[in-house]
Design a binder for this molecule. Structure first.
Ligand code: ZN
Length: 358
């Protein structure tokens, strides 16, 4: 569906919040506020992951949409009067970090800064900044005119994975309004440094028993999975294949809806479905093709030495985003009725054609 003004506002607000692994408090605050305004129950587990659900109970088997609240950034460890040491949390190649202009988010406002040097071995950076303090998030500086909605796309500081957070919350809002109460949204911490929040959620039992889990991500687009070709039913990632039964059931269901989607292996990174599946949870992935993944322009060209490293806002296609919300709605309402995992019946084909074997 085309996304309306309210949903565009939520998406733009979430993808602009300062966040980093372990420093997700601005997102947590936004979500608590949103949940109380929209009448949802929001709670946190011992690891600080946020679970948002309907206030009404449901007898149906739960579906849980998982999205992570962090995005690659630097976090200040020590600060002097004019310089600070910061740690990189998340996957950004060194060439993009050296000399980068920063904005450092403090409790009392935003400071301008710059990376003086970056040590690849320790993952630490020396910053030029006045008045920073330990715990401050230092993120890439982008001028306002590079951000926002343009030509059917959103350019934002952190689509990965705040667009996933937005899609999950919008879907929760819409299905609840339709009287369905078996979807919950689990918003995790510290995914960019190794799915730490998701692992904690599995260990703590934050995910309800018997849940079908959908890990919602933004994943690097490619010629095979471009922006604008629809949201992706993700069969796996760089590390593993997800629950075959759940993934197949979803893509078979999607064939009957007439909605646009892509069925792809997005091998440009690993997502929480890998961690959750390995920990015994029935999980698969859904994702949005993403341009300038982790704010890096043309990583392949830079790695090959053909391009100069350049940082940019991440971009998603708004049709893909609306399609992801539609996909979530279709799964929440239709998954229990989807009896067949395959789009055809092997028994029927066999009965029709077995005469050929005579
Ligand atoms: Zn991500």
């Amino acid at each position: 569906m085309p996304i309306g003004a309210t949903h565009r506002r939520w998406l733009a607000a979430l993808t602009d919040l300062p966040t980093a692994s372990g420093r997700e408090q601005a997102v947590v605050g936004w979500v608590h506020n949103w949940a109380s305004r929209r009448g949802f129950r929001a709670s946190q587990d011992e690891a600080g992951n946020v679970l948002v659900r309907s206030r009404q109970r449901s007898r149906r088997r739960p579906v849980v949409a998982v999205a992570h609240m962090d995005h690659p950034a630097l976090v200040v460890l020590e600060a002097g009067a004019t310089e600070a040491t910061a740690e990189l949390r998340g996957g950004v190649l060194p060439g993009y970090i050296e000399g980068a202009r920063l904005e450092v988010i403090t409790p009392s406002g935003t400071l301008a800064g710059k990376v003086i040097e970056f040590d690849t071995k320790t993952g630490r950076a020396l910053l030029a900044v006045r008045g920073a303090a330990p715990g401050d998030i230092a993120r890439w500086h982008f001028s306002r005119d590079r951000l926002g909605y343009r030509e059917g796309r959103l350019a934002a500081r952190a689509c990965d994975d705040l667009a996933g957070v937005a899609a999950s919350l919008i879907a929760l809002d819409l299905v609840t309004a339709r009287g369905l109460h078996h979807l919950s949204v689990l918003l995790t911490r510290a995914e960019e440094v190794g799915f730490i929040g998701a692992i904690a959620a599995a260990k703590l039992g934050t995910i309800p028993e018997g849940a079908r889990v959908l890990s919602i991500e933004c994943s690097p687009s490619s010629a095979d999975a471009p922006l604008g070709a629809g949201p992706v039913v993700r069969v796996g990632d760089a590390a593993s294949v997800f629950s075959a039964d759940l993934t197949n059931r979803i893509s078979t269901l999607m064939r009957t809806t007439g909605l646009s989607y892509q069925r792809k292996l997005m091998a440009g990174g690993s997502c929480e479905a890998t961690a959750l599946s390995a920990l015994g949870i029935n999980a698969t992935g859904l994702c949005l093709p993403l341009a300038h993944h982790h704010n890096m322009v043309d990583v392949t060209g830079v790695r090959a030495g053909k391009r100069k490293a350049r940082l940019a806002p991440e971009e998603i296609d708004l049709k893909d985003f609306g399609g992801l919300v539609d996909l979530l709605l279709a799964v929440v309402s239709g998954l229990d009725r989807q009896k067949q995992a395959l789009p055809f019946s092997l028994e029927e084909i066999y009965e029709d054609q077995r005469h050929l074997l005579v």
